[in-house]
Design a protein around this ligand. Structure first.
Ligand code: ADP
Ligand code: GN1
Ligand code: MG
Length: 358
C-alpha cells in the first residue's frame, strides 16, 4: 500500500506529533500491521488493518480490546507500558472505516523486544509469567465481551467446518492429503471427549487471550522481563487451558511453525517446564480439573492447529496468509510432528504439572 494513503489513514487518528514514515511490521497471519514513526520525541504508533473477512464485527472487537485494556490499566504500575493503549479517531471512534477496510491504532511501546521463537528457558519462563498474569488481571473482569470468533477453540465447531470442507473439496486437494486427513481423523474422538468437559462445565471458562504465541507478547528490552500481552483481537470467553496450550505449542517447538525440515521439530521438555513454572507463578486460581488437563491442552491446541492448517490447505488457502503454494501443508506437517513429540513426552509433561501444582 502506498505511503500517501497510509499516512492519510493514520491521520484520521488522534496522534501526537507528525508522521515521518509508515512501514510494515511483524508476520501476523491475519491482519496487516504497520509501524507509524513520528518525528522527534513523540510516541510512535501501531496501525493495523483488521481482517474484516475473519473479524466480521471489528467495532465490537475494538470495544472488547478497549474494555479489557482499561481494566488492566487499573491494576498495573505503568499503565502506558503494561498493556496496549488504543487511540481514538479524531471523531471519537475506536476504528476508522476507509473504502470498506477497518483500521485501528495503538501506541507503540518503546524499549521492547518480541520474538518469533523462544531461544532460552528464561524467555519461556517470562512468557508464562506474561500469560499467567494476563489471566490473573482479568479474573475479576465481569463485563460481558462479544464472542468475536464463535467456536474459535471449540473442536466440535472445527469438525463441523472440517466435514464441510472435506465434502466440498473445492480445489481437488483431498486426494493428495489422505495420510494427513487420517492424522486428524484418528484423534477425533479423543479431542471431542476432552471438549465435552468444557461443554458440561467440568472445565470452566474465563476471559482469555486465545492467541498466545510468543510473537504476541512484549518483553522489556533492558530487563528481559515480560511486559504485556498484545494482539488482543481474540480476547473473549474461553478456557485458561487454551491459552496455556497455544503457548506450549509455540514456546516448546525446537523448530519453526512452518519448518520444512521435520528433524528440527520436536517439543522441548525444558521449555515446557520453564513456561509452566512462569505461568503457575502468576496463575494461582486454577481448579483441580484445569490442573488435571493442563498438560493435555498443549496436545489439544497443537492438534487443532494441524486441523486448521490442513483444512485451509484443502479449502484453497482462504484463511491464513501463505508465502508459497503448499505453505499450509508444510505448516500442517510441522505441527503434526510437534504433536507426535508431545504425545511421546506426555507422561513427563503431566509429571511436571503435578510437581508444580502439588
Ligand atoms: P498481527 O495481527 O499482525 O500478528 P500484532 O498485534 O501481533 O499483529 O503485531 C505484530 C508485531 O508488532 C508484534 O509481534 C510486535 O513485534 C509488534 N507490536 C505490535 N504491537 C506493538 C506495540 N503496541 N508496541 C510495540 N510493538 C508492537
Ligand atoms: C493466527 O494473527 P496471528 O498470526 O497472531 C491465528 C491463530 C493461530 C496462528 C498460527 C485469529 O494468529 O489462531 O494460532 O495464526 N489467529 C486467528 O500461527 O485465527
Ligand atoms: Mg500477532
Amino acid at each position: 500500500m502506498d505511503q500517501t494513503k497510509l499516512i492519510q489513514i493514520a491521520e484520521l487518528f488522534e496522534l501526537q506529533g507528525t508522521i515521518a514514515e509508515i512501514k510494515p511490521l511483524g508476520e501476523g497471519f491475519i491482519n496487516d500491521t504497520f509501524i507509524v514513526r513520528t518525528h522527534g520525541q513523540e510516541p510512535d504508533y501501531i496501525l493495523q488493518r483488521k481482517n474484516h473477512l475473519i473479524f466480521t464485527d471489528v467495532p465490537a472487537m475494538m470495544e472488547n480490546i478497549k474494555a479489557v485494556t482499561d481494566h488492566i490499566k487499573t491494576k498495573v504500575a505503568d499503565p502506558e507500558r503494561e498493556t496496549l493503549t488504543v487511540i481514538n479517531t479524531k471523531d471519537g471512534k475506536l476504528y476508522a472505516e476507509v473504502d470498506g477496510n477497518f483500521w485501528a491504532v495503538c501506541t507503540f511501546i518503546a524499549g521492547t523486544s518480541s520474538y518469533d521463537r523462544a531461544d532460552s528457558v528464561e524467555l519461556a519462563y517470562q512468557g508464562g509469567v506474561g500469560i499467567g498474569r494476563f489471566q490473573a488481571q482479568l479474573a475479576d473482569f465481569t463485563q460481558p465481551l462479544k464472542d468475536i470468533l464463535p467456536g474459535f477453540h471449540n473442536i466440535r465447531f472445527r469438525f463441523e467446518q472440517w466435514d464441510k470442507v472435506i465434502a466440498a473439496d473445492p480445489v481437488g486437494r483431498v486426494k493428495e492429503v489422505q495420510e494427513e486427513i487420517e492424522w486428524v481423523e484418528s484423534r477425533r474422538e479423543e479431542m471431542l471427549a476432552f471438549w465435552s468437559l468444557v461443554e458440561n462445565g467440568t472445565i470452566p471458562t474465563h476471559v482469555t487471550h486465545n492467541d498466545t504465541k510468543i510473537s504476541n507478547i512484549l518483553f522489556d528490552k533492558d530487563s528481559g522481563k515480560v511486559l504485556c500481552a498484545i494482539d488482543l483481537d481474540t480476547v473473549m470467553s474461553s478456557t485458561s487451558l487454551n491459552d496455556f496450550g497455544d503457548a506450549i505449542r509455540s514456546y516448546t517447538n525446537t523448530g519453526a511453525e512452518d519448518d520444512k525440515c521435520l528433524e528440527n521439530v520436536s517439543m522441548s521438555i525444558d521449555m515446557f517446564r520453564a513456561y509452566a513454572e512462569g505461568y503457575l507463578s502468576e496463575q494461582k486460581s486454577l481448579s483441580e480439573s484445569e490442573k488435571e488437563w493442563l498438560a493435555f491442552s498443549g496436545r489439544y491446541i497443537t492438534y487443532e492447529q494441524v486441523l486448521r492448517f490442513l483444512m485451509d490447505y484443502i479449502d484453497g488457502d482462504n484463511y491464513y496468509k501463505v508465502a508459497y503454494a503448499d505453505h499450509n501443508l508444510v505448516r500442517t506437517r510441522a505441527q503434526y510432528k510437534l504433536l507426535c513429540s508431545m504425545e511421546e513426552q506426555y507422561e513427563q509433561m503431566c509429571a511436571i504439572v503435578r510437581e508444580l501444582t502439588r
